[in-house]
Design a protein around this ligand. Sequence first.
Ligand SMILES: *Cc1c(COP(=O)(O)O)cnc(C)c1O
Length: 394
Amino acid sequence: MADEETTGCEPETSAILAGRGEGETSLAPVLYPTSAFEFATIDEGRQMATAVGAERFYSRYGNPTINAFEAAIAELEGAEAARAFASGMGAVSAVALGLCSSGDHIVAQRQIYAGTQLFLQSACPRFGIDVTFVDGTESGAFEAAIRPGKTMLICAETPANPKLDLVDLDELGAITQATTVVDSTFATPLGQSPLAHGVDLVLHSATKGIAGHNDATIGVVAGSEELLSWLWGFAVLQGANASPYDAFNAHRGLRTLGVRLAHQAATAQRLAVFLEGHDSVDLVRYPGLESHPQHGLAERQMRSFGGLLTFDLGGDIETGGRFTEAVRLARQAPSLGGPETLISHPASTTHVGLTPEEMASTGIGPGTMRVSCGLEHPDDVVADIGQALLAASG
Ligand SMILES: *Cc1c(COP(=O)(O)O)cnc(C)c1O
């Protein structure tokens, strides 16, 4: 539902009003915590029970608070429809299990969120769905792995966990033999628009930048009416539907995403430049740095380079430990996109289950650090990381 008032405006502007129902006079999103709605006649009941996305029947089917958030995401992604889930993983699993059956095949990117990777590599085979992992940065890699008549889904993530590798969205969008889906969590709906490049579905862990305050666990998928109706039919039975409370927080968060993302991206750019010039840092990865191997691609397909960056301290696991113990302002936690600057150490957290060889093949070392820049003053963030680097190298 595109808002007439914001037609032709920049997405940061649209995000403020997106999803507001016609005639709605509440400035804030409206919370409907109810699990069910009453109806007057059996005809009305029948209509509700058979309508896709019924807004006032039973909240697993739909709910005005959740539907308003979905409408906002659909508008910002330039999609016909969207569906919210109980988490980002709820969205990932619904897309894979909703679109694939036993005997089907998925092509997925090797550089991908650890939860998604585990789901594809351990749960999917149990349902007879075969998965091939490819290097998403390599031109033609997804297409080359397609098995005609078998491959139903191509899963990509860009920028990708944790080294901020990029996938060429034009190339992915040109693939017609299978449904393509992009996890666009790191970019947010304001940072890039995968559907405009021809990709079929875009999904987000809205737990992160969209909700933006570490107070909601929620996921969302957007795409064509046809694909979303199909997914909705599966999702109602899967039961990984979003809570109205989380949808309310996510919709509230979306309205300030523009200023938050701009601030976080500016801090990330400054911190990246600072780290690149620092003696005790081996390697910095940020799409906004000219040294990023895909910086040109980032400039072509991203409106914002985002608030995340990765760097390598070199050394061993002790160096990583000394660094994380020395940070004062930044917190250690596995999330991203919130008000607090967060540091994560993949080798001891998200990627701890990998063998040293697997770790090396994903480009993660014992000193690799991921930073999600928060909303603090950039001077304070740079100063904190700077003093922790001195402590770690001392
Ligand atoms: C966090 C995250 C997920 C999973 O989302 P949850 O809301 O934690 O289930 C998926 N993809 C990416 C890129 C993420 O950062």
